[in-house]
Design a binder for this molecule. Structure first.
Ligand SMILES: Nc1nc2c(ncn2[C@@H]2O[C@H](COP(=O)(O)OP(=O)(O)OP(=O)(O)O)[C@@H](O)[C@H]2O)c(=O)[nH]1
Ligand SMILES: [Mg+2]
Length: 300
């Protein structure tokens, strides 16, 4: 399934990020812990590759904790600093600023020797839509300065937020890239809410998602939709019809109401009713090959 979503304002966002880059000391990329690779925009990496970088592995409350630990090691083994957060409750957010100060320690030391130690540290927050960038900044700031809502595209322009601790944080609109090379990336971004629902065929999405779930979380599917080992290998559309029948979602004449089932499946996943499920693991990603263009070189 191919999901395309690159509205006009994305190009403007890209330009604004590029412009702001010279002003910031560090880039913090917020990613969704349920899809830590699919929710990374390759364009952003390229755009900001010469800045110190930290990964904010957010939405950890919705992800499988064991997988989150594996992802953390995976990123760290590639030389990237990581903080794990649940911006909704605030868990983990207090470790972010100390981690940033550690990364910038040498630069801050140099500035202080030059008598410029009082300057604010400037951090740009980047990420795909709806991962929790604005909520994260609100948490760190300790007040709800930025608008945050459960849909993609809430933040429309850049906004600086000044913290008492001598840190300035720049919120940016969520950014996608023009084309997903792997169709699973589109599915993962749609399921986790980074792509607007209206542009999607919900049944097609649910069918593709069910195939992922059948391997990533068979327990959740078994508990809510009675999917047993015999059904797991079914093609997505058949699996969707099976789930609709098992839940009693039927149209007149006993036809499975696959559209209703699709909506409920997505709602239940997003609402955590299927459990804390991470949709991609480091092993899989290694299998389908991920580029190694991480931030090796850093301008401090
Ligand atoms: N469960 C959970 N929900 C979160 C977390 N972080 C953010 N949210 C919720 O996710 C929704 C989106 O949050 P935003 O902060 O608006 O996301 P954003 O990345 O700024 O989105 P755009 O501005 O649209 O790009 C809100 O309903 C938040 O409450 C988290 O760690 N866990
Ligand atoms: Mg926002």
């Amino acid at each position: 399934m191919q999901v395309q979503w690159y509205p006009g304002h994305m190009a403007r966002t890209r330009r604004e990020i590029e412009e702001s880059l010279a002003m910031v000391d560090l880039v913090a990329e917020v990613v969704d812990a349920r899809v830590p690779v699919s929710s990374r925009n390759p364009d952003l990496r390229q755009l900001c590759s010469r800045r110190p970088w930290i990964i904010v592995l957010n939405r950890t409350d919705q992800a499988d904790p064991a997988q989150t630990a594996r992802w953390r090691s995976w990123f760290e083994s590639r030389g990237l600093a990581v903080t794990e957060t649940d911006a909704k409750s605030g868990r983990g957010c207090d470790r972010f600023i100390p981690a940033v100060r550690r990364i910038l320690a040498e630069k801050l030391q140099r500035l202080s020797e030059k008598g410029q130690g009082g300057k604010a540290v400037r951090i740009m927050i980047l990420g795909v839509p709806n991962v929790g960038k604005s909520t994260f900044i609100n948490r760190i700031a300790g007040r709800a300065v930025l608008k945050a809502e459960d849909r993609p595209g809430v933040t429309r322009s850049r906004q600086w937020v000044r913290l008492e601790s001598g840190v300035d944080m720049l919120d940016t609109p969520g950014m996608l890239w023009p084309k997903f090379d792997d169709p699973r990336v589109g599915v993962n971004l749609a399921v986790t809410g980074s792509v607007k629902d209206e542009i999607l065929d919900v049944e097609e999405l649910a069918a593709a998602f069910l195939e992922t779930l059948a391997s990533a979380a068979p327990e959740g599917l078994a508990a809510r939709f009675k999917v047993g080992p015999e059904q797991r290998a079914l093609p997505g559309h058949e699996l969707l019809a099976y789930c609709a029948r098992k839940r009693g979602f039927l149209l007149p004449g006993g036809v499975p109401d696959t559209e209703r089932c699709a909506r409920i499946l997505l709602d239940e996943y997003r609402g955590g009713k299927l459990g804390r499920i991470t949709l991609e693991t480091p092993d899989e990603i290694e299998k389908y090959g991920v580029s190694e263009d991480e931030q090796g070189s850093v301008d401090l």
